[in-house]
Design a protein. Structure first.
Length: 344
């Protein structure tokens, strides 16, 4: 199991931080990362001295034994308070209960660990991306993107296909945006019908073992018009530039700039209104953020999206997005669906 090693890595960060004997973890995503527990009520106390304590309530006694076999469970709905009480009684360093246990905020330590994925996480992300790729391929093969279908129909069709392929759920609310709606980056599917000549943007992902995939493809229903081909070629060039900049040590703002400069040089700077991408893992949006205001640098093992888009109000838009693994040399695309313009 990777979870003890993850807790040991966190312990090392705690030792570096000093001033604390243990970290109380209450964010359920971080608890899952450190223990494997998937229930809706849990907390974890990670001790610098190597003694950890896990707590959940009586609904999850059996589940906790199965998912967290390496830690004894404190069964108490009070959660964090119960863990602190157990710790005060059991740890010599905190045994003086005459004074209250001092609490300090130590934000971001688990999130720092989660930025770089281990082999188990990468495997889950690969599977999540493969589910999304296969679902889209099956949708296209079945003629699921055809004039007359509504955006809502297509979104539901895509989500059902992902579930049938093993996804726990969609990674997020799927975006299907046709015609002028494709100029809205986070358009919500409506009963608007797809029409011949439309640009259609599909932004979706699968949730597998708690890990999210994220992919966007833009297609044309029928032969593409000249302006659609030009717009697609511009976004594809920007995405290639952004992907090429994904190297360990690269500043996240420089990665964003690599793609954004391509769009700006074509005179479309104002029509690329969002960041280039974001980390993806146990949350659909997590560190690092690739954007003009981002902070930090890339490291091998990070998984991020690269998703430039250009949106022309009243006409349509194009976004191309992949989930990629940062590594020495070229990044590995975890999304495999073709990036060539599809004219359906």
């Amino acid at each position: 199991m990777p979870h003890p090693a993850r807790r040991d890595a966190l312990r090392a960060l705690l030792a570096e931080a000093g001033e604390v004997d243990a970290l109380l973890v209450t964010d359920l995503v971080n608890v899952r990362y450190l223990t494997g527990f998937t229930g809706s009520n849990a907390s974890l106390l990670v001790g610098v001295d190597g003694r950890d304590a896990f707590c959940t309530d009586g609904r999850y006694t059996i589940q906790a034994a199965a998912e967290v076999p390496d830690l004894p469970a404190v069964i108490d709905r009070a959660g964090p308070a119960a863990l602190v009480a157990v710790t005060v009684e059991g740890h010599a360093a905190l045994a003086d209960a005459a004074a209250p246990v001092p609490l300090h905020r130590v934000p971001g330590l688990v999130q720092r660990l989660r930025e770089v994925k281990d082999a188990d996480e990468v495997a889950a992300l690969r599977e999540a991306c493969a589910v999304a790729d296969t679902a889209l391929g099956d949708l296209l093969a079945a003629g699921g993107l055809s004039p007359g279908r509504t955006e809502r129909d297509v979104a539901l069709d895509l989500e059902v296909r992902m579930r049938r392929l093993g996804a726990t759920a969609p990674a997020f609310e799927s975006i299907v945006a046709a015609g002028a709606n494709a100029a809205v980056p986070h358009h919500r599917p409506t009963d608007a019908p797809l029409r011949r000549g439309d640009l259609v943007t599909l932004d979706f992902g699968a949730l597998v073992d708690g890990y999210h995939s994220d992919m966007t493809r833009t297609v044309v229903l029928g032969p593409a018009a000249g302006w659609q081909r030009e717009l697609y070629a511009l976004v594809a060039e920007a995405q290639r530039a952004g992907c090429a900049a994904l190297v360990p040590g690269a500043d996240v703002r420089a990665v964003d700039a690599a793609a954004r400069d391509v769009v700006a040089a074509a005179g479309e700077k104002e029509n690329f209104p969002h960041g280039l991408g974001h980390g993806v893992g146990l949350r659909i949006h997590e560190a690092p953020g690739l954007g003009p205001t981002g902070t930090g640098a890339l490291a091998a093992g990070m998984t991020v999206t690269v998703e430039p888009g250009v949106y022309l109000a009243g006409r349509g838009g194009v976004r191309i997005e992949d989930t990629l693994l940062v590594r020495d040399g070229e990044p590995e695309p975890l999304s495999r669906t073709t990036r060539e313009l599809l004219e359906l």
